[in-house]
Design a protein around this ligand. Structure first.
Ligand SMILES: [Zn+2]
Length: 164
């Protein structure tokens, strides 16, 4: 296991991979052999990779990003998405749950069906979106990022163990 921090994915590398995935560009070019950050060979002569700081020479570059690296990006993004969506649904569930709780526990609203229904719908309309945004967009987003990041570190150390 390497203690080196995972240098994936630089903005440039991710842009490259997303565009390759969308068929907008071929998976070809010059990439740092260690972190796959796209590099300009001519301008980077005897320079260090801006991401992993390793020396860039012709021997230290590869011509394409390996499939395994694409698989890691997909896996990490899927984890992040799953957390955002799951927590958004949790928010919607909480909106429904609290909405019905309020109606059933408010004698006046429970006795007035029409008014109770209108207020319940208004409540769901406002809090449904609000809770989904808070739970999905803030909590799910941060948790998903953390979980995705730790999976990324794990896959990266596995990749390094297998390729060094
Ligand atoms: Zn690099």
């Amino acid at each position: 296991m390497s203690v080196e921090k995972c240098p994936l994915f630089s903005e440039k590398l991710e842009l490259h991979m997303v565009e390759v995935g969308n068929g907008l560009r071929p998976n070809a070019g010059n990439f740092c052999k260690f972190c796959f950050n796209p590099v300009e060979l001519a301008s980077n002569k005897n320079k260090k990779c801006e991401i992993c700081k390793k020396n860039i020479t012709k021997n230290n570059t590869v011509k394409s990003v390996p499939d395994e690296i694409f698989a890691i990006l997909r896996e990490v993004r899927k984890i992040e998405r799953t957390y955002v969506i799951s927590f958004a649904f949790l928010g919607i569930f909480l909106s429904l749950f609290t909405g019905f709780l309020i109606i059933f526990n408010t004698t006046f609203l429970f006795a007035n069906e029409i008014l109770g229904t209108i207020i319940l719908f208004a409540y769901l309309l406002i809090t449904g979106r609000l809770f989904a945004n808070i739970f999905g967009g803030i909590i799910g987003d941060q948790l998903g990022y953390k979980k995705g990041r730790s999976r990324l570190e794990l896959r990266w150390s596995e990749w390094k163990d297998n390729n060094n």
